[in-house]
Structures are given as C-alpha cells and as structure tokens.
Design a protein around this ligand. Structure first.
Ligand code: DLL
Length: 460
C-alpha cells in the first residue's frame, strides 16, 4: 500500500486524489487557476503593462536602464515585449541595498525580509499591505493544491527570521483558516512532541529537515502511522522524487513541494498539485515567466530546459523586472489532470551557478544525488567536497550508510564503496573519491541542506 493510499483514514479528499479523482480538492481561485490560456495571457499582459509603468515612474534605477535602451512603458504592447526590458540579478539588489529599488515610501512598507546569500551584503525586500495580500493569496493556492483545508493545524518548522519561508507560509495558512503552531526551526524532539500534543495535521519544513524529523521520531519510537499528521508542505530547496517518496512512506503523509525566492516574493511562486507530482503550477497572474538560455539570455524553444526568469506582476513595494533566478527548469502549458490550466514548471533540481567543473567536466550535484538514490544501503544525506591536489581538482562524495548496510567487514564496505565510485564515474564521466560515512554521520540542518563544499573557491 502506498503512503498516499494510507491516507484514507486521514483525509477523504486526499484518498480520492490518490485514486486519481481530484474533484474533492478545493481550487482557491478557479477564475484564474482554471482560466483559458487566452484569458491567462490577457491577465498577464494587463499586469505587465501596469507593472512596467509603475516601476518606470517610481524606481530611478529601472528608469535609467530603460532610458539607456530607449524603451518606455508605452513600448510594452505584447507579452513578448518583456524582452525589451533589462534583466535584473542579485547584484542589482546588492548595489541598491537597502532601499534603492523600493517604489513606495518607507512608511507604507509593513514588512522586510532578506536573503543572506553566501557572500557580501544581504539583499533586502519589502512589502506593503497590498503585497502582503497578494502573497497570502499565492500561499492559499499552493497549500490547497496539497489538500490543506481550513481547520487544519499547521506546524511551522521553517525559521521565523528574515527568511521568507516562515512568515510567508504562516500568513497564508492562517488566512485560509488553519490553526498555526509557530514552533520555528530546530529542537526536533520538541517538534515531535508538539505533533502529538496539539494534533498537528500539516508540517511545513524543508524536505531535508522533514527527513531528519522522521529519523528522530523513529529513534524515539514515535508512531508516524497513527499520528494526526497528513500533509507535508516542503520547499526552499530541491526535493528529489526519491526523497519525497521516502518521507511519504515513512511518515505516512502526502507531501508537496513549493517553490519561490526572496527577490520576487518568497514562497508562493509555484506549487505542486497532487496530479502532476514532478511539476509545480505557477501563479501566472502574479508572475510572468520566461525560460532563457543561461549563457545568452535568449529564449529557449517552448517546453525546453533553461533558466527561469520571473517578473512579478502587481507587486508594489519592490518591483523587480526580469529577475534571473539561476534556477534550471522547463515550463509546459498543457492543462493538468487536477483541473488547473496554469503553466507548470518542472521542479528545480539544479541551478546554473551550482555546476561544478571537475578537471574540465561539468558536474551537477543533482547527478550525484540521483546516483546515490539508486543505491541500496545509502541514505539521502550526502556531501560533496571539492579541493585541489597537486594542481588537479579532486571531488570526494561522502555517502551516509543506512544502519542495516553498516558492517564490520572491511571487504564488504570496500566493495560497496567501489561500487558507488563506479556508478558515479559512469554517470559523471569523471573519477571521484567516495567515502562511506557511518549512519547519522552527515550533519543535519534545520533549514536548507548544504551539500557542496568547494574548497577551491574558498581558498582563493
Ligand atoms: O527559499 C523561498 C521559499 C521558502 C520557497 C520556503 C519555498 C518554501 P530563498 O531563500 O531566497 O527563498 O532561496 C531561493 O532556493 O532560487 C531555488 O534555488 C531554491 N528553492 C526554493 N524553493 C525550492 C524548491 C526561498 N521547492 C532559492 N525546489 C531558489 C528547488 C528551491 N529549489
């Protein structure tokens, strides 16, 4: 019996969805989410025209860039005209830090969020009351895609600081009518006790932290199957299919994965429905999407992989045009079995900037993840360390063993290690070292997992 079918006892609509009938699941805003493609495009065009005019009139940085290109708001007449506008990337938000891109007076801003990034200054974004409503609307959509309903009890395991994940999901779930349990990140044993004490039905977490909660619960003898928990709302980091299935099986819940980024809003850009589990519906009335070649910035043919570029439509406090996400995906516009017609993006597994070049060969961490997922005996926890030995790049994959695969026999461990190295070499086309790590040996995080340590860059 699959984890989804187990849910028969926990939610009739979810159980029906598991059997392919999605009619019992609510759709938050059918007038947009189920509209014809023509109507969606018309909504987007009206939004784009308004957004460009708003931005040009209020943000000197954009006005200067548009003037340099000889583009004015009046030149935006079709959705394709978005290509006349300049791209924005993280460096622009750093350059204008903290308030240089704001389009409303600061006394109208009701909340700030920030993304720490890995180097240099953080980037900061602001929201006015209108933006907060828009944000909650996006969240209400995606949580309902997962079958969350008013009355659900949602326990938050995202941090509540400047990170957009905690407050973003919190406001939308609360507005939908859920009881919020704002536990915040960390203290895993307390989280598990709270599920039991408060009858939590929905868990909001990064998938890597949810897996950790699952392991800790099992160690404590917590009975996930009998628990009230029925839905996991994941996001903030890639959630490979194998990881999601494993959590669904072990926690006896159904999980969906939602996507977003601070620069354009936070969570709420897109969410997974229960009908197409590898894709996420984009809130297209609020975000105009493009998929471009990461090298040239030119559009890729329909449905092909490239870098996602987003222009929020209707966001007032900090309007950003054509934001280069660096996230690699493809977008399709066929209607979905769940009843929605909004475009779907394939779940992001890699970023254009997380590619490693190992002795001249391009390697994505997601390729390593996929190889490890296919090997019995290793957990989804792994780490990649890259350094330089004698002028040559060296990549070491630290793979964590499941307790049942751990053995005292050196020969057995060595055979497994070699088998993993062979499989990796076959896929990556470059030789890598493999180190086996004892069960629990890879550090767990309460937020986003850090899989790669590139000592070559930190050394320079
Ligand atoms: O992670 C916003 C968010 C919070 C989304 C909670 C969903 C849930 P940032 O910290 O700015 O914002 O990081 C954004 O994280 O460009 C992706 O590379 C990655 N990312 C976020 N969600 C997903 C996801 C939030 N579901 C960056 N799948 C993005 C894959 C994701 N990658």
């Amino acid at each position: 019996m699959s984890a989804v079918t187990d849910l028969a006892v926990k939610g009739a609509a979810l159980a029906a969805a598991a059997a392919g009938d999605f009619s019992g699941l609510p759709i938050h805003n059918p007038s947009v989410e189920c509209a014809s493609r023509e109507r969606i495009r018309a909504i987007q065009l009206a939004g784009l025209i308004e957004q460009v005019a708003w931005t040009y009139a209020r943000v000197p940085w954009y006005r200067a860039r548009m003037d340099e290109r000889g583009v004015s708001p009046a030149d935006i007449k079709t959705l394709e005209d978005v290509r006349k506008l300049p791209f924005t990337d993280k460096s622009v938000l750093r350059e204008t830090f903290p308030y240089g891109l704001f389009a409303v007076p600061l006394d109208e801003v009701v909340e700030l969020h920030a993304s720490s990034g890995t180097t240099g200054k953080p980037i900061v974004v602001g929201y006015n009351a209108h933006d907060m409503d828009l944000w909650a609307d996006c969240i209400m959509r995606l949580v309902q895609m997962a079958g969350v309903v008013p009355g659900d009890r949602a326990q938050m395991a995202f941090g509540y600081g400047m990170f957009t994940g905690g407050f973003g999901l919190h406001y939308g779930l609360q507005k939908l009518g859920c009881m919020m349990i704002p536990a915040g990140s960390g203290n895993t044993e307390r989280h598990i006790a709270m599920i039991e004490d408060y009858g939590t039905t929905v868990l909001v977490a990064t998938p890597s932290y949810a897996l950790h909660m699952c392991e800790v619960g099992e160690r404590l003898g917590f009975n996930w199957e009998a628990s009230t928990l029925r839905v996991g709302l994941f996001g903030g980091e890639p959630c490979p299919p194998g990881l999601k299935t494993e959590i669904e099986r072990r926690m006896h819940i159904v999980c969906t994965d939602n996507y977003g980024l601070t620069e354009v809003m936070g969570p709420g850009v897109s969410g997974e429905c229960l009908a197409s589990r590898d894709m996420q519906h984009i809130a297209e009335d609020h975000f105009l999407w493009e998929v471009v070649d990461p090298e040239t910035g030119d559009p890729v043919p329909d449905g092909e992989m490239g870098e996602l570029v987003l222009t929020p439509l209707g966001k007032q406090a900090i309007p950003v045009l054509r934001y280069r996400t660096h996230d690699l995906t493809r977008v399709i516009t066929e209607p979905c079995a769940c009843g929605r017609t909004t475009a779907r993006m394939q779940k992001v597994r890699s970023r254009s900037d997380d590619m490693l070049i190992i002795r001249g060969t391009n390697v994505f961490p997601s390729q390593v993840e996929d190889v490890l997922a296919g090997i019995e005996g290793v957990t989804p926890h792994y780490r990649i360390v890259v350094d330089n030995e004698g002028g040559l790049d060296r990549m070491t994959v630290h793979a964590e063993l499941k307790p049942e695969a751990f053995s005292d026999s050196f020969e057995e461990m060595e055979a497994l290690r070699r088998a993993i190295a062979e499989r990796l070499k076959g896929v990556l086309l470059v030789g890598v070292n493999v180190r086996l790590v004892e069960p629990g040996g890879i550090e767990r995080t309460t937020g986003k997992a850090k899989h790669v340590e590139d000592r070559r860059t930190s050394a320079t």
